[in-house]
Design a protein around this ligand. Sequence first.
Ligand SMILES: [Zn+2]
Length: 440
Amino acid sequence: MSSELAWEKRQFGHRARLALMPAQARLLDDQAHAARTTWNLLHDLWTMTPKCQRSLSRMDAAVRRARKEIEWLGVLPAQAAQAVLKTYVQAWKNCWDGRAEEPNFKARIRTVMSVDIPQGRDLNITRVHRRWDMVNIPKIGRARFRWTRDLPVGKHANKENRITGARLVKDALGWHIAFRVQTLEVMPEPHQGPEVGIGAGVNLPLALSDSNHQDHGRHARTEGGKADRDKWLTAEEKAKLLRLEQRAAHRKSFRKPKEHSSNRLRNTYDQIKQLRATATRRAADWQHKTTTNLARTYGTVVVEALNIANMVKSAKGTIEQPGKNVAQKSGLNRSISQEAWGRTVTMLTYKTARYGGTLHKVPAPNTSLRCSACGFITPGSREDQATFVCKNRDCGWSGHADWNAARNVLHLYRMGRALIPAAGRAVVRRTRGVKPTTAR
Ligand SMILES: [Zn+2]
C-alpha cells in the first residue's frame, strides 16, 4: 500500500425532513411567499429597465429598499433575499449560455415553495439525540430534523469538511431541509468490477445484461393491461386515492366558473398530493438503494442514452401531423417516465464516480429490435412488450425483451460506441447567444 493517498473535494446534498411546529411552518410559508414575490418584483424591474441601465447594484438596491418599505417582504431574512437575486441573475446566465429558457414570473400555485439559507454558519447544528438534530432557521428559530447520516457538524467540522448552506423546500409532505455539504475524501481506487449493460425496461425496471435484473416487484400494468401509475401504493392506499379523486370530482361539480376552489376541495386535493408524494418517495428510495448496489458491484456501467422528453412528446405529435396510437403509446410513455430513467442515470453518474467506477452512455436506436445473439434485426422478432423471439431462421434465440436490450447496450459499448467516455457532468457547451432548439 502506498502511503500517498489522493484526496478529492466532494460536494453533495443531503435532504432531511423538518419537524416544525405549526406556528413555525406558517412563518416559513410567509417567508417563501416573500421570496417568490421578491423574484417577481425583480423580474418586473428587469424587464422594464432599459437594457443599458440594467445592473446588479441597481437590482440589489431595489431589493434592500423593498425589504425596508414593504413590511411583509421584510419577513424574509436579508441573506435569503440576496440569494433570490443571485438565483435570478444565474437564471439569465443559464439562458444566455443556452442551458435554460428565459426566466419568468413565478405563479403562486405552480411554484415550489422554497427559502435559501446561503451561509452554513447560520445553521448552528447541534446533536440532541441519537436520531435527532436541532438546526437554526433564520427568523424562525430552532427546529428538529432526523439524523440519518453523518454530516460534518460540531467538532467534525473544519475548513474542508463542513456544511456550506441549506435550502428549505416544501412539498406535499411538509417542509424539508436540503443541506449543501462539502467534504474532502480519499479518492477511490479504480473499480475492478465487471462490466454491465442496463436497459431502461418497460416490464423490468432495470434489466441487466448479466441477467441480474433489478426489480421492485411492483407490476407496471394492472390486470386489465393498463399502465398502473400508482404501483408504489398499497391496495388500501389505491382505494383511498380513488375515493379522494371521486370526492374531489364531486366537490368540483358544484364549483361555478371563475369561482375559487372551496377549502374542502383544496383539502381533498392536498390529500391526493400527499399520497402521490408518498409514492414518489418510495420510488426514489428504491432507486437510491438499487443504484448504490449497482455502483458497488460493477466497475463499468453502460446505459442507453434515451431522450425521454422526445419519446414522451412524440406520441402526441403536432397539430399538422397528429401521432398514431396516441393512447397506447402514452401508456408506454407513462411507464417510462414513472420509472424515472433520467433520475436513475443521474444517480448512477455520481455513484459510480464515488466508488471508482465509470458510467458510459451509448446511442439507443434499435437496442430493442436487434437480436443480441445473432446481431441481426429481423422484422417481427419482438413479439410483445416482454418477449423477444428471433425470427432469423439460423438463430431462433428467445428471451426477455428488456434483457435482450441490455445485452445490446453492452455490445454497443464493447464495439466502442460510447458517447460519453467517463462519468461526470456532461454539459453541452453552446456558443453564447444561441438558443437551444427547445427554447422556441
Ligand atoms: Zn437472432
